[in-house]
Design a protein around this ligand. Structure first.
Ligand SMILES: O=C(O)CCC(=O)C(=O)O
Ligand SMILES: [Fe+2]
Length: 314
């Protein structure tokens, strides 16, 4: 007999995704884990979990562990969306982690918002933060990008700040045959210079052109091993470049791919409720954040799981 209290329902009016209720974040059983994985497969990589109160950091980490090993948050340790500052070059990852822990912080937790994580007070925040964010997958500029991201809503504005998700499985399945043929075997260099809200990352300088941009090269069409499906892997548009092409040809093909990949029929727009956790597979979808009012507070915790080498579709 089932002991799991989880209930799974498809998101209404969405091409993918499920709503999960009834999970106790302090007591996730083996059966709960199986049902979460089953819901992940059935509903194509997006799970929206309702909770009655905010999770603690250990609870969010425990939920993250259901989907994989915790990965460093971006901008914390060198090589993960962060370049070494002056005098830091010789610090090992372990030494950086120890320094983060010593100041009472958590290297696996990203704070996303306009609120001081320690005090809950509003912080001075770039106006870019409040505008529309770019479609992207998380940390695609590193050699092994994280597979799952979990976003936990701690403070949500009364309007605005929704998050969009766009299935790159659906986008790949509807690629015109000629376009699919043109991109088999091609790669994209995924730039690490700017965040999704358009801000320069720590230690980065703007490149002269996408050809010079710092980042990692990945196949455009990948296979998702957990389901065997094909997915488009575009990362983000800014400073993206297809190696081996002239910049003009690269820009033209990228524009064509992005126009196809972000077709609204592949997308779902999530309106947040406080305490929710949304879990998504970065191999299967893009995401972006919609604009919000500068006078409002929005604060999320994010975790991510360690990925595996990107598998090209041959
Ligand atoms: O805050 C959001 O809605 C999205 C933030 C984001 O891109 C992320 O957490 O990866
Ligand atoms: Fe993101």
């Amino acid at each position: 007999m089932s002991t799991s209290t989880i209930d799974v329902t498809a998101l209404p009016d969405a091409p993918f995704g499920a709503r999960i209720t009834g999970l106790d974040p302090g007591d996730i059983s083996g059966e709960d884990q199986q049902r979460l994985w089953q819901a992940y497969r059935t509903h194509h990589g997006l799970l929206c979990l309702s909770f009655s109160k905010l999770l603690t950091a250990p609870e969010l980490h425990a939920l993250t562990t259901v989907f994989g090993e915790n990965e460093f948050a971006p901008g914390r340790v060198t090589g993960f969306g962060r370049k070494a500052a002056e005098g830091e070059t010789e610090l090992s990852i372990e030494a950086q982690v120890a320094a983060i822990r010593a100041r009472g912080d958590d290297p696996y937790l990203a704070y996303i918002g306009n609120v001081n994580p320690a005090t809950g007070e509003p912080t001075a925040t770039s106006s870019r933060f409040f505008g529309e964010w770019e479609w992207h997958t998380d940390m695609s500029y590193i050699p092994v990008p994280p597979t799952f991201s979990l976003l936990h809503a701690r403070q949500i504005p009364p309007t605005g700040g929704d998050t969009g998700f766009c299935s790159q499985i659906l986008a790949a399945s509807e690629l015109p045959a000629s376009l699919r043929q043109r991109i088999i075997g091609l790669t994209i260099k995924h730039d690490s210079t700017y965040t999704s809200s358009g801000q320069l990352r720590p230690g980065m300088t703007p490149p002269a052109s996408p050809i010079e941009a710092a980042g990692h090269i990945h196949p455009i069409l990948r296979r998702v091993p957990s389901t065997g499906e094909e997915a488009l892997f575009l990362g983000r548009r800014t400073n993206s470049y297809i190696p081996g092409m002239t910049i003009t040809d690269s820009e033209a093909l990228l524009d064509e791919l992005w126009a196809h990949a972000t077709n609204p029929r592949f997308c779902y727009r999530h309106r947040w409720h406080t305490a929710e956790v949304v879990i998504w597979d970065n191999r299967m979808m893009l995401h972006m954040r919609y604009p919000m009012d500068e006078s409002e507070a929005r604060f999320m915790w994010r975790t991510q799981t360690r990925g595996e080498a990107v598998i090209p579709v041959a």
